[in-house]
Design a protein around this ligand. Structure first.
Ligand SMILES: Nc1nc2c(ncn2[C@@H]2O[C@H](COP(=O)(O)OP(=O)(O)OP(=O)(O)O)[C@@H](O)[C@H]2O)c(=O)[nH]1
Length: 760
C-alpha cells in the first residue's frame, strides 16, 4: 500500500537517510498544499506582508501517551526524541516553513532544520535535530527529569510542507520523579493550557488505548480549553497493545466521550520499533495492515490510521482557509480600488501634438478651476478642522484688518500739548484770531496716513494666501511633469505678484484721496457747531464737578450757549496762546474783550469755515474780535523809557504755557472733530480696501489665471518640453499596471477557488 506522510507532500528527489519516499493517495498535503500554494501565490502578489495564518496544532496528553510519535508521523520525519526513557520536558514549537525549490536542488539542500538557539546553523540530517533537541533540553534542565516552560523553537524548511506550527508539549504527569517539584502536575497543566486556550489552536488530545480512556487527562484538558469541542480531535494511540479481547471501537464512535470533531485511532512505532530504527514508511504500512487485520475497525476506516488523522486536520485547515477567503477578497478589492486611483493619477502617455495639447490644456484648466474653487470655498477636499482658502481671506479682512482698524484711537498719539502746538503753529506769524481749520486738517491727514500701512499689509496677507492656495492646486498629475510644474509655479508667482501691484497702487490712491480732500460736509461728520456744543458740555461737566464756584458755574452756564451759534461765539479767540520757552514762560498780553467769567470771548467764531459751513462762518468771521499782536503795542505803551534789551529767543519754543479754559475747549473740539472724521475715513477704508484687494488681486487672479496660462504656456513648440515625464512616474505607472493585472487575476482565481471549496 502507499505510505503517506500527512503534512508533507511526496519528496520529489531521492531521499537522504531520514527521508522516506512518500507516495500519494489521500493525504493532507495533496489537497491542502496546492490550495495553500495557490493562495500563497496570490498573497505574494499582494505584497510580502500577506500570508495565510494557519491554525497552530498542539498535542496534549499524559506522559508517554504517544504525542511525539503522532506529531512525527504527521510531519513524516524522524526527528523527535521518543522512547520510554525520553520525555518531552520543554515545549517544542515546530514551525514548518514552505520553501520554493529550484529544480537542481537536491533534497538535502532543499530541506533542513534550524533552531532559534543556534541561529544560522542548518541541520540537514534530521537525526542530528533529534540529538540537538535532547542536548538543548538537558542543557537547560539537566538530565534529571526537570520540566520547563521555556520553549525550544525549531523551524523545518521544506518545499513539501504547509506553513503551519505544531507544538509538542510535555506530558501530564501525576507522580513527581527525579528533581521534579511536588506540584509538577499543576505546573504542566497550566503550561499546556497556556497553549491550547487560544481559539486558533487545534488540539490533538492524545490518549493511549491501553489506559483508562474514560479518565483521559488529554480529553479532560481539552474540554477545559475547548468546551464545545469545535477544535479538539481525539487521538487514540497504542491500539496495537490493548488488552486482548478489548478494542477502542466505542471510543472511536464517540460513545464514551462524544467529541464534535470525533476520534482517530492510530498505531505508532513501539519502543521496539524505535530501537530497530523502523522507518515511518514501514510504520505506516504496519498500521494499515493492523487495521485491515482487525474486523472490528473495518467499518471505522474513516477514523483509523495516521492518514485519516491527517485528513481530518486537512478538512479543518480547508475550512479555516475558506473562512478567511472572503476577507482576502475584500482586501484584494480594496487594493485594486487604491491602485486604480493611483494609476489614474499618473495619467496616460501621449505622443501626438493634439493629444499633448489636450493634456496640457486639461492640466492648466484643472489648475485654474482648482484655484477658483478653493478661493470660492467649493473645493472637494473641504477641511473640517481649520479654515482654508477663501475662508482665510475673509478672516483676514474681517477678523484681522477691519478689527485692527476698529481698535485704533485716532487721538492716541496726540497729547493736549501736541494739539495746542499744532493749533498755534497753524496760525503762522499772525496773531490768532480764531482757531484755524488747518490744524484739524493737518492732524486728520496724519491719522489717515496711518491707515496706509495696515491696508498694504492686508493686501500682502491676501497675496500670501493666494500663494498658499496656488500650492494646493497642484494636482497629483502635475507631479508627473517637473518642467511643467516649475513653469506653472513661475507663471503663478509672477502673475500673483503682478496682481499685487495694482491692488497696492489702488490702496495708495484710496488713502491719498482721503487725505487730499477732507470732506467736512460729509453727512456723518459731527461738524464744528456740534463739536463745540459737545465740548462745552463736556467742559461744563468737568467744571461743575471740579473747583468751579457756584457763582462761576452760574455765570458760565449763562454764557455757555446751547445753540451752535453761541458756541461758535465762545470759541472765537481773543488771546494769544502762551508760549513756553525752555527756561521761562513768556508773559502774554491779552486783550480782554467782552469775556465771560471763564475768560472766554463771548463773541466771534470758531473760524473754521468749512467745518461750520461756508456762509455762516464767513458772516461770523466778520464779527470776530481781534487779539493784539505781541509786537504792536510795546512801543505805544512805553515810548519814553530807555532802550530795553530783549533776551534772545531760545532755540526751541514749546507751547507749554498754562492751558486756558478756552484752549481746553479748543482741544476737546479738535479731538471730537478728529474722531468723527477719522471714523468716516476708517469706515471707507474698511470697506474699500478689501474691495480693492478682491478686485485687483483675488478676483482678477481667478478671472485671468487660465488666460495667463494659455498665453504663457500653451505653445505647441513647448508641449514636448513641458510634458516630459519624470522617470519614476513612468516606472510607477508600469508597476501599478502590473500589480493591478496580478490582482485582477488573483481576484478571478480566488473566485474560482472559492467556488471549488463550495463557497457561496
Ligand atoms: N506499541 C506502541 N507504542 C507506542 C505507540 N505510540 C507511542 N508508543 C511508544 O510509547 C512511548 C512513548 O511515546 P512518545 O511518543 O515519546 O510519547 P510522548 O507522549 O511524546 O511522551 P512524553 O513526551 O514523554 O510525554 C515510546 O516508546 C513509543 O514508541 C503506539 O501506538 N503503539
Amino acid at each position: 500500500m502507499d505510505q503517506t506522510s500527512p503534512l508533507v507532500a511526496p519528496s520529489p528527489s531521492p531521499a537522504v537517510d531520514f527521508q522516506q519516499p512518500l507516495p500519494s493517495p489521500p493525504f493532507l498535503g495533496q489537497s491542502v498544499i496546492p490550495l495553500v500554494n495557490k493562495l500563497q501565490d496570490i498573497f505574494a502578489q499582494l505584497g510580502s506582508a500577506s500570508t495565510i495564518d494557519l491554525p497552530q496544532v498542539a498535542v496534549v496528553g499524559s506522559q508517554s501517551s504517544g504525542k511525539s510519535s503522532v506529531l512525527e508521523a504527521l510531519v513524516g520525519r524522524d526527528f523527535l526524541p521518543r522512547g520510554s526513557d525520553i520525555c518531552t520536558r520543554r515545549p517544542l514549537v515546530l514551525q514548518l516553513v514552505q520553501t520554493s525549490r529550484r529544480p537542481d536542488d537536491s533534497a538535502e539542500l532543499s530541506e533542513w532544520g534550524e533552531f532559534l538557539h543556534l541561529p544560522g546553523r542548518r541541520f540537514t540530517d534530521f537525526s542530528t535535530i533529534r540529538k540537538e533537541i535532547q542536548t538543548e533540553t538537558d542543557r537547560d534542565l539537566g538530565v534529571n527529569k526537570g520540566i520547563s516552560e521555556k520553549q525550544i523553537r525549531l523551524k523545518i524548511f521544506s518545499p513539501n510542507v504547509l506553513n503551519i506550527t505544531l507544538v509538542d508539549l510535555p506530558g501530564i504527569t501525576k507522580v513527581p520523579v527525579g528533581d521534579q517539584p511536588t506540584d509538577i502536575e499543576a505546573r504542566v497543566r497550566t503550561m499546556i493550557l497556556s497553549y491550547i486556550k487560544h481559539d486558533t489552536c487545534i488540539i490533538l488530545a492524545v490518549s493511549p488505548a491501553n489506559a483508562d480512556l474514560a479518565n483521559s487527562d488529554a480529553l479532560q484538558m481539552a474540554r477545559i480549553a475547548d468546551p464545545d469541542g469545535s477544535r479538539t480531535i481525539g487521538v487514540i494511540t497504542k491500539l496495537d497493545i490493548m488488552d486482548r479481547g478489548t478494542d477502542a471501537r466505542n471510543f472511536l464512535l464517540g460513545n464514551i466521550i462524544p467529541l464534535r470533531l470525533g476520534y482517530v485511532g492510530v498505531v505508532n512505532r513501539s519502543q521496539e520499533d524505535i530501537l530497530v530504527n523502523k522507518s515511518i514508511a514501514d510504520a505506516l504500512a504496519f498500521e494499515d495492515q493492523f487495521f485491515r487485520s482487525r474486523p472490528v475497525y473495518h467499518s471505522l476506516s474513516d477514523r483509523c490510521g495516521i492518514p485519516q488523522l491527517a485528513k481530518k486536520l486537512n478538512q479543518i485547515l480547508v475550512q479555516h482557509i475558506r473562512a478567511i477567503l472572503p476577507d482576502l477578497k475584500t482586501r484584494i478589492n480594496a487594493q485594486m480600488i487604491t491602485l486604480q486611483k493611483e494609476l489614474s493619477s499618473y495619467g496616460e502617455l501621449t505622443d501626438s501634438k493634439s493629444g499633448q495639447g489636450a493634456l496640457l490644456l486639461n492640466i492648466i484648466t484643472r489648475y485654474s478651476q482648482g484655484f477658483s474653487s478653493i478661493v470660492d470655498g467649493k473645493c472637494d477636499e473641504m477641511s473640517t478642522t481649520e479654515l482654508s482658502g477663501g475662508a482665510r481671506i475673509h478672516y483676514i479682512f474681517q477678523a484681522i484688518f477691519v478689527k485692527s482698524l476698529e481698535e485704533v484711537d485716532p487721538c492716541d498719539d496726540l497729547t493736549d500739548e501736541g494739539i495746542r502746538t499744532a493749533v498755534q503753529n497753524a496760525t503762522g506769524p499772525k496773531n490768532v484770531l480764531f482757531v484755524p481749520e488747518v490744524p484739524f486738517q493737518v492732524l486728520v491727514r496724519r491719522q489717515i496716513a496711518r491707515l496706509l500701512d495696515p491696508s498694504l499689509q492686508c493686501a500682502r496677507f491676501i497675496y500670501d494666501e493666494l500663494v498658499k492656495i496656488s500650492h494646493r492646486c497642484e494636482t497629483h498629475e502635475l507631479q508627473r511633469f517637473p518642467v511643467l510644474r516649475r513653469r506653472i509655479e513661475e507663471v503663478v508667482a509672477n502673475f500673483l505678484r503682478e496682481g499685487l501691484a495694482p491692488a497696492e497702487t489702488m490702496i495708495g490712491h484710496l488713502i491719498e484721496m482721503e487725505m487730499d480732500y477732507i470732506n467736512t460736509s460729509h453727512p456723518a461728520f459731527i461738524g464744528g457747531s456740534k463739536a463745540v456744543e459737545v465740548a462745552l458740555q463736556q467742559q461744563r461737566g468737568s467744571i461743575t464737578s471740579s473747583s468751579m464756584k457756584p457763582k462761576d458755574l452760574e455765570a458760565g452756564s449763562d454764557k455757555l450757549p446751547e445753540k451752535p451759534s453761541k458756541a461758535r461765539a465762545i470759541l472765537a479767540r481773543n488771546n494769544t496762546p502762551g508760549l513756553a520757552t525752555e527756561q521761562s514762560v513768556r508773559p502774554t498780553i491779552v486783550h480782554q474783550e467782552k469775556t465771560g467769567s471763564s475768560g472766554m470771548p463771548l463773541s466771534g467764531s470758531w473760524g473754521i469755515s468749512s467745518i461750520f459751513g461756508g456762509a455762516e462762518s464767513h458772516a461770523n468771521g466778520k464779527e470776530h474780535s481781534v487779539g493784539r499782536m505781541y509786537n504792536e503795542p510795546t512801543q505805544a505803551i512805553e515810548p519814553k523809557f530807555g532802550s530795553i534789551q530783549l533776551r534772545e529767543p531760545p532755540t526751541v519754543l514749546r507751547a507749554t504755557d498754562a492751558q486756558t479754559e478756552q484752549e481746553t475747549v479748543e482741544i476737546a473740539v479738535t479731538r471730537l472733530l478728529l474722531k468723527s472724521y477719522y471714523d468716516i475715513v476708517r469706515k471707507n477704508v474698511q470697506d474699500l480696501v478689501p474691495k480693492a484687494i478682491m478686485h485687483f488681486l483675488v478676483n482678477h487672479s481667478k478671472r485671468e489665471l487660465h488666460n495667463v496660462f494659455i498665453g504663457k504656456l500653451y505653445r505647441e513648440n513647448l508641449f514636448e518640453e513641458m510634458l516630459q515625464e519624470r522617470e519614476e512616474i513612468a516606472a510607477k505607472r508600469k508597476r501599478c499596471k502590473e500589480i493591478l493585472r496580478v490582482l485582477q487575476q488573483a481576484a478571478w482565481e480566488l473566485d474560482i477557488f472559492f467556488q471549488s471549496l463550495g463557497g457561496p
